[in-house]
Design a protein around this ligand. Sequence first.
Ligand SMILES: [Fe+2]
Length: 278
Amino acid sequence: MTIDILPLSGAIGAEIRGVDLSQPVAAELQRDLLNAWHKYVLILFRNQNLTDDALLNSSSWIGPLGARSRPAERRQEKDPYIMLVSNIRKNGEPIGSLPDGEMWFHHDMAFVDVPHKATFLYSVEVPDHGGNTKFANMYAAYDLLPERLKKALAGKRVMQIFDYKETSQPRLSDLDKVKHAWHPAIVRHPDTGRKALYVNRLMTVTIEGMPHDEARAIIEEVIPFAEDPSIIYEHKWRPGDFLVWDNRCSTHARTDFPETERRLLKRGMIEGAPLMPA
Ligand SMILES: [Fe+2]
């Protein structure tokens, strides 16, 4: 089987044509998909038609599914692997776990000790306008950093914190109430060997071994590089899009969309390993 690979931007992402993810992926194709995924960080398959069972196997060429981190009492769905990302309500109750509107740039699951390495999103219903997903290449973010900031982060760990809020960060004084984890500020990708920045606006709260004010000042200097327009691709969803990205070397954010528009995506993740410092 031959596949076509079309870059989505100069920054990150490629569309792969010629693959039906509802069918088993042969060994040779698995290798081609993994190579493309490592090269482009984010890959897109359009016009997919996936039942929930097919969705569970859709990324087995990357690895086994990872269970969700959100506690069962704070989510609407029963399935431990597939999350509904939706603003749709039934009898006044949201059917999904993530609320409406904007969401800041983040690495998925950075707030746990062993984050899942990949996330996939499959779109079922999308608004005509807004609700796009932006992806930023964290290899490129690292490369953009001035030497001074690379030095400031070298060998350091950062704390990642999250409280299931999308556009704000909990305070350090609330640590006992929210999920948090220490990770290298710069990670080395286990397959590509490349260095990637592991700092993001939503979750990165402080740097180990320095006064908090100093750490905040550095993080605030780093964020504009992590969100530089030159390293970002903005995806406008169509129904049937299947996107899968690498959480070790990319971040993503969501743009706002009108409350009146229905949006339904299904999300799953692939198990990871402890992050390696660079
Ligand atoms: Fe996310």
